[in-house]
Design a protein around this ligand. Sequence first.
Ligand SMILES: Cc1cc2nc3c(=O)[nH]c(=O)nc-3n(C[C@H](O)[C@H](O)[C@H](O)COP(=O)(O)OP(=O)(O)OC[C@H]3O[C@@H](n4cnc5c(N)ncnc54)[C@H](O)[C@@H]3O)c2cc1C
Length: 462
Amino acid sequence: MTNNGNHNGKAVHVIGGGLAGSEAAFQIAARGVPVILHEMRPVRMTDAHQTEGLAELVCSNSFRSDDAETNAVGVLHQEMRMMGSVIMTAADRHKVPAGGALAVDRDGFSDCVQQMLTEHPLITLERGEVTEIPADWGQVIIATGPLTSPALAEMVREFGGEDELAFFDAIAPIVHYDSINMDVAWFQSRYDKSTDGGDGKDYINCPLDKPQYEAFITALLDGEKMSFREWEENTPYFEGCMPIEIMASRGHETLRFGPMKPVGLTNAHDGSRPHAVIQLRQDNALGTLYNMVGFQTKLKYAEQVRVFQTIPGLESAQFARLGGLHRNTFINAPRLLDDQLRMKGWPTLRFAGQITGVEGYIESAAIGLMAGIMAAAQATDSDWTPPPVDTAHGALLAHITGGADADTFQPMNVNFGLFPPIDLVITPNGKKRKLRGRERKMAYSARALDSFAGWAGLMKAA
Ligand SMILES: Cc1cc2nc3c(=O)[nH]c(=O)nc-3n(C[C@H](O)[C@H](O)[C@H](O)COP(=O)(O)OP(=O)(O)OC[C@H]3O[C@@H](n4cnc5c(N)ncnc54)[C@H](O)[C@@H]3O)c2cc1C
């Protein structure tokens, strides 16, 4: 993309100076396009932010693994570094010892981002809440995060549709398909019903007999739970996203009449009728991830792994993400956004960050990075080339703009389950060999970084 400064004098308005908005503003300005960055703090605070600093980290000070050889998060870090990311520059300058993780001094980090942005001649920082989009604004990026102010959330809900904006992250655990024991589980839809011309085998079923079901309910009830934060307690949640342990506490049979009902299913391995089942539904177009249907939970993470690995077929389950329920404002991106993060029907309005349904500081910043480059390309009539889908950026973008199932869409961290699978390698003597474990992760990482280097050569700011 060339930086010809041809932006028709119109600044891009970025709403929200968090991880995503800061990165988006930086990338736009780096391409010669002026930006007005709107941050409501300190005029109006959120329930979690404590300062008025840009890119404040609201909780942990960690950007998670920095291992770009075998970890998808580390790969994302490295790709962002290749693009001259302001978030990664500040993180690297202010890192503190944390083993293989990238952790930062939170104040030093936030001050550094703020300084790099406010010193940029093309970036203007305006403090104040944005509650609607004025008609004379040109391009806009909404990057207001999980705690988007209610007035702006209402505006988004009115345009996008009542059911397309969520206020709670009610996540059921998501499992890597290749870790499910299909010698125990089997594919079948209840009553073999098919949707959209399918074959009646849309779900993976894990069977429980009566003693296994009883033991499972007891483990759910006894398991240690996470508590709601004080301000989350006042946000209503609906029956549709009720945690399973709350359902179980209403009676031992409740789950057997809810998400664990065994009707219309026959065990394909031995012809028996299960007493109860856990069903998993495909979660991404690649078919590498499956979510546990109806299994949103407040169990602590370690408890989830312990309890869910007692389910027949899931003894060795690897979780792409564990279940949870917490306050989080996000849109149904696969339904509402086009492949350039623009609201369908509103070509000058983009979304970035956690509000697009990614989860985590670095994922949010990465979506900000891409939204910024897209907006700059649009402002300068330059070409936008999407990052290849086998890169961490490309995999995340493809997931939220279409790869994820819109009906069950929930926020997602970056993980190799989002990447096109690499299962086999050809050995020197011409045979096919299955890649496993560390070797497989290394193959994903190397492929991603190699592909991304080519893309960065094309799209990095001059
Ligand atoms: C309580 C809590 C704890 C979390 N802990 C972690 C964690 O430990 N690790 C992790 O990786 N992720 C964590 N997350 C997720 C984390 O928030 C996001 O990953 C990340 O901060 C999202 O980046 P963002 O830029 O999308 O939103 P934010 O960083 O939240 O930035 C959004 C910005 O928009 C501003 N804003 C909101 N509404 C308006 C408006 N109408 N006008 C102008 N400005 C507005 C806000 O003040 C804020 O500065 C947590 C989230 C929450 C809510």
